[in-house]
Ligand binder design. Structure first.
Ligand code: XIL
Length: 321
């Protein structure tokens, strides 16, 4: 046994996880969290929250790099690459940004953020979700401050601004519900083609992959192809598979079996595509998953249960790597 990342590495891929500084420092959760992380998920770390604008620049020109610094250090120790997450989003962004009304001020505010954050991590981050979740389900732009003041050109502006500061980081757009061929992913394919035609530094489209057991797309490969035909990479960036749970976040046997099959087919889609560089799960240990807090009645979405026992999902992933 070499662990999931060891298996992924045999085909040049990484297997990684989202995490937080207090997780890797051993402050919480209790138990062998770091032993499991270091053995199974040492391919890639994504800061689950500490790279977001509201944490890293909570007030204008006041930066807090502590959390991401700790994760970057831990990544160096275990040999993981780091995926930065994220710069431009409609959530977890302070009101001093979202209340801006002048397009030039907004651009300058983003420039300042990029110079500080991408400047600091330009040699530490392999990938960066520059823009997160810019589209609605029907493929039109969300009415964020970014779109409202700058129009869809904000994508190109953000990508170019980051690339100037950090030319070695692979840059991309990250979203959910694009793992099928649908209105949203087709819109991204058009937007991506357009950006590439303009020479914008776009290197990947991140497939978040927050799936529901039994409803996980069966055409992930076809959706990936929309982007890999353009030469873009298609990492799975936030994989989890939620199922119905009882009050203690416990799934039944059927749920676990369906979940395992969905994890297997999702990871298989990555293994089958030479431009899928790897898979990141959005944490790996059920008790600290974001799912139960956001989707009541659903949970148990990760490969390890509350006792740090690998679930059937673990075996399914191992089987396809
Ligand atoms: C989530 C975190 O996991 C939570 O801890 C936080 O409260 C909200 O954000 N899409 C993304 C991630 O791109 O940043 C989100 O992470 C999950 C959905």
């Amino acid at each position: 046994k070499t662990g999931l990342n060891g298996l992924a590495a045999r085909t040049g891929r990484y297997f990684g996880t989202a995490t937080n500084s207090f997780n890797v420092q051993g402050l919480s959760p209790v138990g062998p969290y770091n032993d499991v992380l270091d053995y199974e998920f040492a391919g890639a770390l994504t800061p689950e929250n500490e790279g977001k604008w509201e944490v890293i620049q909570p007030q204008e020109n006041v930066f807090n790099f502590t959390g991401v610094d700790i994760i970057v250090e831990d990544a160096k120790r275990i040999g993981a690459l780091v995926r930065g997450h994220n710069f431009v989003w409609h959530q977890q962004t302070p009101s001093y940004v979202t209340n801006i009304t002048d397009p030039e001020v907004l651009k300058q505010t983003l420039r300042t953020h990029v110079e500080a954050v991408a400047g600091r991590y330009k040699d530490d981050w392999a990938y960066l979700d520059v823009i997160n979740e810019p589209l609605f389900e029907n493929g039109t732009f969300r009415d964020s401050v970014w779109y409202n003041l700058l129009g869809e050109d904000y994508l190109e502006f953000a990508l170019r601004t980051v690339h100037e500061v950090a030319p070695n980081i692979k840059l991309g757009i990250n979203d959910y519900n694009i793992e099928s061929v649908n209105e949203k992913s087709m819109a991204y394919a058009r937007i991506a083609k357009n950006l590439l035609d303009k020479g914008a530094p776009l290197h990947f489209i991140g497939f978040e992959s927050h799936f529901v057991g039994g409803q996980t797309p069966q055409d992930i490969a076809a959706s990936m192809k929309q982007f890999t035909d353009l030469g873009l990479e298609v990492p799975l960036t936030e994989l989890d598979v939620r199922v119905s749970v009882g009050p203690e976040d416990v799934a039944n046997a059927t749920g676990l079996t369906v979940q395992a099959s969905d994890y297997g087919s999702s990871v298989q889609a990555c293994v089958d595509n030479p431009l899928c560089p790897g898979v990141t799960v959005w944490q790996f240990y059920d008790p600290i998953s974001w799912i139960p807090g956001v989707f009541p009645g659903e949970g148990a979405a990760l490969p390890y249960d509350a006792a740090y026992k690998p679930k059937p999902a673990y075996g399914a992933i191992e089987g396809v790597l």
